[in-house]
Design a protein. Structure first.
Length: 248
């Protein structure tokens, strides 16, 4: 196991253990859904980290993944004062689109962990790691086997990503802080977050339209220097293009 993956696993384990310790009540009770959800989510994250290790990625790709994750995490900090609007989701998704789903997950998960060293760790950290990692996976699936940036589809996915991220975190909030757990409280939790999720989605669209082309070209150049690492199904002989969004 390389040093970076070992370190990430330790950090993820730390986040998981800290989150479990933070939870109130008796954690070993069968009805403590918050505790067991953190256990499950932490296991899923560890599985992705181990899968990344199995790939035997190059040192250059590891360094690039760590750099992108740091940028994604730190970029969230100055936007913390703006409700639900931050560039982290966009950076995670464009990374996954260019380098593939596994790299996208790593950028999202580590980016969430990094940002919370500034904004505060807690039982929400593993869930944020999973939610942003999922954004990288979805963007990686969209970019799989394509030549160039399909800006219209990427922007649409970024818009939906604001709600998918919110719905994932809503599930944690419902399990961890709402009582009783029933259909009525579940619906109320999701309805209450709708304005925040909408702002997140709109912010993703703005970041995609303003910076999508430039970020794509920059990351594409780095990917070429890595010899196509992270996107095995991408045809290097195909000229990259950028699909313009429809003006109609």
């Amino acid at each position: 196991m390389n040093t970076m993956t070992s370190t990430l696993l330790k950090l993820a384990a730390f986040a998981g253990v800290a989150a479990m310790g933070f939870l109130a009540g008796s954690p070993l009770e069968a009805d403590n859904w918050a505790f067991w959800s953190v256990v499950l989510v932490s296991g899923v994250i560890a599985g992705f980290f181990l899968r990344f290790e199995v790939r035997r990625v190059s040192a250059s790709e590891i360094a690039l993944t760590a750099t992108l994750a740091t940028i994604a995490g730190v970029s969230r900090v100055p936007f913390a004062v703006i409700m639900s609007v931050q560039p982290t989701t966009f950076i995670v998704m464009i990374s996954g689109y260019v380098f593939g789903s596994q790299t996208g997950f790593m950028v999202g998960a580590v980016g969430a962990l990094v940002s919370n060293f500034f904004l505060g760790q807690g039982p929400w950290t593993p869930w944020q790691m999973l939610a942003w990692g999922l954004m990288g996976v979805l963007a990686g699936r969209l970019g799989k086997g394509t030549a160039g940036l399909r800006l219209r589809w990427f922007t649409l996915l970024a818009f939906l990503g604001g709600f998918i991220f919110g719905w994932t975190m809503n599930l944690w909030h419902w399990l961890g802080f709402i009582y009783p757990l029933n259909g009525r409280t579940f619906l109320a939790t999701y309805l209450a977050s709708l304005p925040f999720d909408t702002l997140h989605a709109v912010g993703n669209v703005l970041f995609s339209l303003l910076f999508g082309k430039s970020f794509y070209q920059i990351l594409l150049r780095f990917r070429r220097r890595l010899g196509g690492a992270g996107r095995k199904d991408f045809l290097e002989k195909t000229s990259p293009t950028i699909e313009e969004p429809s003006s109609h």
